[in-house]
Design a protein around this ligand. Structure first.
Ligand SMILES: [Fe+2]
Ligand SMILES: [Fe+2]
Length: 138
């Protein structure tokens, strides 16, 4: 698993790519911390970064949704539902009793963050790429 931004993630819209890169950067920090195999407990730090990711995601989702609204993107409703599900799931992770099994919780969290960042961009965000480009948005 990796959180390195590569060209295939590009939606060909400068501001969106910039925001996605930021999500990758936060995800990468989270992953690096979760992969540390030392004797220390990093859970609080992991949750701090997780919260940072969540806050930035709220900002980013809002930006995308406003852009979709402004240009009358046809798949806006299903796209918004996906955003909502991801944020709901993130909230569940926040409330979880993480002390019980930290390794499993951390692995679950990373898998979720990967789904959140990479799958959503590749499968859902990518669908608006040509729509916006055709409207002259780059
Ligand atoms: Fe996005
Ligand atoms: Fe999105």
């Amino acid at each position: 698993m990796s959180f390195k931004w590569i060209d295939k993630y590009s939606c060909n819209i400068t501001e969106i790519d910039k925001q996605h890169k930021k999500l990758f950067e936060i995800g990468d920090r989270l992953y690096a911390l979760a992969s540390l195999n030392d004797a220390y407990d990093h859970y609080d730090e992991i949750m701090d970064i997780f919260n940072e990711l969540k806050e930035y995601t709220i900002y980013h989702f809002d930006y995308e949704e406003k852009l979709m609204e402004k240009y009358g993107y046809q798949n806006i409703d299903s796209h918004k539902i996906e955003h909502m599900f991801l944020l709901k799931k993130a909230q569940k992770y926040e409330k979880q009793d993480i002390d019980a099994d930290q390794l499993k919780s951390t692995n679950d969290l990373i898998a979720f963050v990967s789904d959140w960042i990479t799958s959503h961009i590749l499968q859902t965000d990518m669908q608006y790429k040509s729509f916006f480009n055709e409207k002259g948005i780059y």
